[in-house]
Design a protein. Sequence first.
Length: 204
Amino acid sequence: MIRAFLVWLQTALGKGAGDTAQSWSEALLGSLNFWGLLEGSHLIGLMLFAGTILIVDLRLLGVTFRRTPVSVVSDTILPLTIFGFIFVVITGMGLFFAKPLFYYHNIWFRVKMIMLAIALINILVFHSRIQRTQGSWDSDALPPAGARTAAALSLSAWLVVITFGRLIAYDWFECGKPQPAFINWAEECKVSEKGAVALSGAHP
Ligand code: HEM
């Protein structure tokens, strides 16, 4: 179902009549500079996002700005973080649009999306539970264990998202190459264009 949608997205959406007509996805992939501009923008947005969330998380861990109330740090910085996040999501979706099927069968991309979801759930838990009591520890140099745990989880999850985002460019585990059974399973290579090839060379 997801794959069928991505096939349509990659090959049919925006395609005009005629043999040489391209879909919007194919046109984006084939464009001289647009993909590169999108990737550069993704990275610049990422710097704003990661740089600002780092400051808020380090304050929650009691490492930086210990004499400034948590609310002052977060009220000042979080609007920039949110702007950076929206920017990164929009440019990320643009990058994805150029090669939806490639990313769909890519282990790095899949883990990146799972960690992104975990990081977002962590934010929801922080806002709905831990932040409710913030009034009582707002000015503490060392926030309570719950807040520190959420901050540590946030930093770790974003670090994985960034690392796996960078790793997408490496094709070590691409479908169609001989891969361990686990990788073929995790990337759903069997239904990909390049298929699943077992390490032994036989089709599993
Ligand atoms: C805060 C969230 C995100 C972070 C921290 C992040 C991080 C990264 C990083 C570090 C790269 C590597 C850039 C490079 O090496 O040039 C990257 C590339 C990429 N990201 Fe994101 N990303 C985020 C969100 C998203 C989202 C929401 C999507 C798509 C729905 C996405 C799709 C992509 C794609 C398709 C690439 C290009 C990979 C390639 O072909 O080299 N990203 N991201």
